[in-house]
Design a protein. Structure first.
Lengths: 111, 113
């Protein structure tokens, strides 16, 4: 059964304190791994797609990496506006490219 | 480019009542998804449309939930009758062609009392 596990469930950082969020997955025939950001009361906002092991993508203070078993979202020198829930999802494509989500990591960055 | 639109944003109903949600995807996006997100969990797919045909509804509780996408654009999701456990945020997403990135609307928060 396809499964996505995110850790930690919650993370509190001081402004400027870099850290990483983990997403481990079990899926047959991974087609893509996705990172989304979700603010309270809003829908998930697309951040990155990673397709193969070794791939990396960056956007401002965020960098996503992918191995054969897990993905990391590295946050460098975070700011309070980075506070949100970060969701990881996978798809194995095919006729239905549905996303299978983890439960997310709630990140709080304190000034 | 306008994003995915959903309405209403909030809805409170009593159990056994009916409710309907509306979604307008990004222009040109052929694939539309409805997800259910229970508090503290990630979104879970309910139904996927490709144009106006159903691709996957394996996790849709068909005894109470129904969805349609007439003319391959807007979609409605209906719950009849609602149960307490249906309290959740209902998210609509859309995607274009062969890409896998899905773009989400703001969601409808449903509270069943």
């Amino acid at each position: 059964e396809d499964q996505v596990t995110q850790s930690p469930e919650a993370l509190r950082l001081q402004e400027g304190e870099s850290s990483s969020l983990n997403c481990s997955y079990t899926v047959s025939g991974l087609r893509g791994l996705f990172w989304y950001r979700q603010d309270p009361g809003k829908g998930p906002e697309f951040l990155f797609t990673l397709y193969s092991a070794g791939e990396e993508k960056e956007k401002e203070r965020l960098k996503a990496t992918l191995t054969k078993k897990e993905s990391f979202l590295h946050i460098t020198a975070p700011k309070p506006e980075d506070s949100a829930t970060y969701l990881c999802a996978v798809t194995h494509g095919g006729a239905t490219n549905k996303l299978i989500f983890g439960t997310g990591t709630l990140l709080a960055v304190q000034p | 480019e306008a994003g995915v639109a959903q309405s209403p944003r909030y809805k409170i109903i009593e159990k056994r009542q009916s409710v309907a949600f509306w979604c307008n995807p990004i222009s040109g996006h052929a694939t539309l998804y409805w997800y259910q997100q229970i508090l503290g969990q990630g979104p879970k797919l309910l139904i996927q449309f490709q144009n106006n045909g159903v691709v996957d509804d394996s996790q849709l509780p068909k005894d109470r939930f129904s969805a349609e996408r007439l003319k391959g654009v807007d979609s409605t999701l209906k719950i009849q009758p609602a149960k307490l456990e249906d309290s959740a945020v209902y998210l609509c997403a859309s995607t274009q062609g062969a890409t896998y990135e899905q773009y989400f609307g703001p969601g409808t928060r449903l509270t069943v009392t």
